[in-house]
Design a protein. Structure first.
Length: 530
């Protein structure tokens, strides 16, 4: 299963392990157990500090294809049910390295909150090996478990536990359960998990009360292409820079095929995000990931209050928070998220294998989703509100060649139907004849564009009727010292290459402002001395 190249790389990664880590594999019989045992044996063979042990774990594990990690003989709280290949292979390797003493990726303020948990928390994270968002959640919760003995996290590959999936009516991943109850599902990330923990246990936020960074020259809010470009350009000017982001990479991380980033013929969102992180790490930039900005206090020196309880004082702010998937806003949508309504075809498509689904939206995202799903599901029906599709012709041509893709134009989605907790149809209207029709199906993938992430800016800067930050040609907002760039702004054409350029522009504008800011401060100091 693991190539010699992968094993050689693992040997290098594990060379500096500080603690011994054991794979404790549950005893018993299962058709996939030999495969899992071989998989773990190969990994254990790369280091003397890794060992595979077979043991009856006294109900700590659910299945003969479940295993836990021990560090120096102590249970880490990390469990895997299934074979963590695919996107989850990195989750396993990172769990091994973190358990063996490697530094955590989590921000110190996040660690403080997690360490403050006093009650037993058992997380179950249901994943699909094809889901590229799931590893972020698994890896974050694994680190939570390592930070606090009261916390455990079990990754569960839904493909091997179909009865459990059916019993809990799970139709989307990641789905996170806490102490047996649904905690979060759908578009879940580490920041939203942390938010929910704080909502459930408000006292956790006190762990960072009064915590504050030194005065910053530039604070960038958001870490997609625009935010990273702004941060790098600012750091290259010798400025003190902090980046605050709930999720490094933003929407780009969900994009599987990128072929229009000039000079890079082909890449993927995860690869591009990895490159952005590597580039940003070349500079002295403080990254506060998995936290959000709750509010901004205006003034010559601005104050940002974070969801972690910290505050940041800064001379300038560059807003680069991007956008999120737009919701349909029809009956049955919110009620059925994770039970047939989805926004990520890559993540949730495998749950609809052999079934009939719909894609709402005929733009590039919608047609790309239909093409992705066509290889998995029985049929895809695309619903486009306008009389013509908005997608690039090359994508439309590909869709027209697929026998199991049907395109309906000039139709309005009215309601998503469900029965027994699962989507079973869609009601729509022909906009020309006004005839109302229904189509039986099992899933609805919403792909109708984006909504700017600007809700925390109301009353801080001027926003358009669509919620976009209004900026001029130099990325200047209505508030002195606050700049904005990328998909959150009124700049047209939401493209990666445009966002990167806008991020650089915002940084250069902020630098001009800081030159005048520091000159004014020096004059003021001189007057006081005189």
């Amino acid at each position: 299963m693991l190539t010699q190249e992968i094993l050689s790389a693992l040997k290098g990664y594990t060379a500096n392990m500080k603690n011994k880590v054991n794979f404790v594999l549950q005893s018993g019989q299962h058709s996939k157990r030999d495969e899992l045992k071989s998989f773990l044996s190969d990994i254990a063979g790369v280091s003397d500090n890794l060992e595979l042990i077979e043991r009856d774990t006294n109900d700590l594990l659910r299945s003969p294809i479940s295993f836990l990690l021990e560090a120096d003989g102590k249970d880490t709280g990390i469990r895997f049910s299934g074979i963590p290949g695919g996107h989850e292979f990195n989750s396993l390797i990172l769990a091994i390295l973190h358990a063996s003493g490697s530094d955590f990726k989590l921000d110190e303020s996040v660690q403080n909150i997690v360490k403050n948990v006093q009650e037993p928390l058992h997380f179950e994270t249901f994943i699909s090996l094809s889901c590229h968002n799931c590893p972020d959640v698994v890896q974050a919760l694994n680190q939570f478990a390592l930070l606090n003995d009261n916390i455990t996290n079990e990754m569960i590959d839904g493909g091997h536990f179909q009865t459990l999936i059916e019993d809990r009516d799970i139709q989307g991943v990641p789905s996170v359960y806490l102490n047996g109850e649904l905690f979060a599902n759908g578009k879940v990330d580490a920041a939203s998990l942390l938010d929910k923990l704080i909502q459930t246990y408000p006292a956790l936020k006190e762990a960072n009360a009064g915590a504050q960074l030194p005065l910053q020259d530039v604070t960038v809010v958001g870490a997609g292409p625009a935010g990273v470009a702004a941060a790098i350009y600012s750091a290259r000017k010798g400025l003190s820079v902090t980046v605050v982001a709930d999720r490094f990479g933003g929407q780009v991380k969900d994009t599987m095929g990128i072929e229009n980033l000039i000079s890079v013929p082909k890449t993927t969102g995860p690869e591009l995000v990895g490159n952005m992180m590597e580039h940003m790490n070349d500079y002295d930039i403080t990254l506060k990931e998995h936290v959000r900005v709750d509010n901004i206090q205006r003034g010559k020196i601005k104050t940002l209050t974070l969801s972690s309880g910290e505050t940041i004082k800064t001379k300038t702010i560059i807003v680069a928070t991007g956008a999120r998937w737009r919701e349909l806003g029809v009956p049955g949508e919110k009620e059925n998220v994770g039970n047939g309504v989805a926004y990520c075809p890559h993540c949730d498509g495998p749950f609809f294998k052999g079934k009939d689904v719909a894609v709402i939206g005929g733009g590039n995202s919608g047609i790309e989703a239909a093409l992705d799903l066509a290889g998995i599901v029985k049929s895809v029906t695309v619903f486009e509100f306008l009389p013509e599709l908005k997608a690039d012709q090359v994508l439309v041509n590909q869709a027209m060649k697929r026998d199991n893709i049907t395109i309906l134009k000039n139709v309005a989605t009215r309601e998503i139907k469900a029965a027994d907790g699962k989507v079973n149809g869609i009601e729509y209207q022909d906009r020309e004849t006004e005839e109302v029709k229904e189509l039986a199906l099992s899933g609805v993938f919403v792909q109708i564009g984006l909504v700017p992430n600007s809700q925390f800016l109301k009353g801080v800067v001027d926003l358009s009727n669509h919620g976009e930050v209004i900026i001029d040609h130099k990325s200047i907002t209505s508030e002195p010292g606050i700049y904005a760039c990328g998909d959150v702004t009124t700049v047209p054409y939401k493209q990666i290459v445009i966002s990167m350029g806008e991020g650089a522009k915002a940084s250069l504008s902020a630098f001009e402002y800081l030159l005048a800011f520091d000159a004014d401060s020096e004059e003021g100091d001189a007057e006081k001395v005189a």
